[in-house]
Design a protein around this ligand. Structure first.
Ligand SMILES: C[S@@+](CC[C@H](N)C(=O)[O-])C[C@H]1O[C@@H](n2cnc3c(N)ncnc32)[C@H](O)[C@@H]1O
Length: 200
C-alpha cells in the first residue's frame, strides 16, 4: 500500500463547520491587524500570480478575500479587483480599505457575479472550509466556470486535510477545466504551500 499523508496540525475548519462561528469580531480584528499574516498572504498572492503568468489589465476575483491582504497585491499590479467573503466583518474591513466586496458564499458564485466576467480568480487560505465535502467543491467549480471568461485562469492555495482530499478536489476540477495542475512549494516543511492552477 502506498503511504499517504494527513495533516498533523488542527485547523479552525476542523472545529467549526461555519467560518462565521470561528471569525468572531475579535478574531477578525486580530487577523486584520496581523503584520505576519499580511506578509504571508501577500507572498502567496504574488507566487500565484507568477505561477499563472497572470498579467494586467484584467478582472480579478478574490474568493475568501478576508480583510483584503491578497487584494492589495492584485490592485497594486494593476488588476481590476473584486472580492467575496462569507463573514460580513471581514468584508466590511476590505470595503473600508477601498475594495469592491460582496458578502457571499463561494459555493454559489453565480448569485453575485456576471457570467463570463473574470479573467482570473484567486483564492488564498479559504477553500479548506469547503474542500472536505465533494458536493461543495463541485458547486465552487460550477460557479468558477460561470464567472470566468473562456481562457480564464484560477489560482488556489489551500490546506487540504489529507492527500486523499487533495486528489478528490483535483479530480472534481478536472471535470470543469481543460488544464489542472498542482504545485507544491517547500514540500514537507513548515512553510509548505499547496497551489492548484486551473485553466478554463
Ligand atoms: C484566511 S482568511 C482570508 C485570506 C485572504 N486571502 C487574505 O488576504 O487575508 C479566509 C477567508 O475565507 C472566508 N471563507 C470561508 N468560507 C467561505 C465561503 N464558503 N465563501 C466565502 N468566503 C469564505 C473566511 O470568511 C475568511 O475570511
Amino acid at each position: 500500500m502506498v503511504a499517504s499523508w494527513t495533516r498533523k496540525n488542527i485547523r479552525p475548519e476542523e472545529e467549526y463547520s461555519d467560518p462565521r462561528e470561528f471569525y468572531t469580531k475579535e478574531e477578525v480584528l486580530h487577523y486584520a491587524r496581523s503584520k505576519s499574516v499580511r506578509k504571508i498572504q501577500q507572498k502567496m498572492a504574488m507566487e500565484l500570480v507568477d505561477l499563472l503568468d497572470a498579467s494586467p489589465p484584467g478582472t480579478v476575483l478574490d474568493v475568501g478575500c478576508g480583510p483584503g491582504f491578497s487584494m492589495e497585491v492584485f490592485e497594486e499590479l494593476g488588476f481590476d479587483v473584486y472580492g467575496i467573503d462569507l463573514v460580513p466583518e471581514m468584508a466590511e474591513i476590505a470595503e473600508e480599505r477601498g475594495f469592491d466586496v460582496v458578502v457571499g458564499d463561494m459555493r454559489q458564485l453565480w448569485d453575485y457575479f456576471d457570467f463570463d466576467f473574470f479573467d482570473y480568480v484567486f483564492s488564498i487560505s479559504a477553500m479548506q472550509w469547503i474542500s472536505k465535502n465533494p458536493q461543495d467543491v463541485e458547486r465552487f467549480a460550477r460557479g468558477l466556470v460561470y464567472v470566468l471568461k473562456q481562457g480564464g485562469k484560477v489560482g488556489i492555495q489551500f490546506y487540504p486535510y489529507s492527500e486523499k482530499e487533495l486528489e478528490s478536489v483535483e479530480h472534481i476540477f478536472k471535470k470543469y477545466f481543460r488544464k489542472v495542475s498542482v504545485e507544491i512549494l517547500q514540500p514537507n516543511t513548515r512553510k509548505e504551500r499547496i497551489y492548484l492552477l486551473l485553466e478554463f
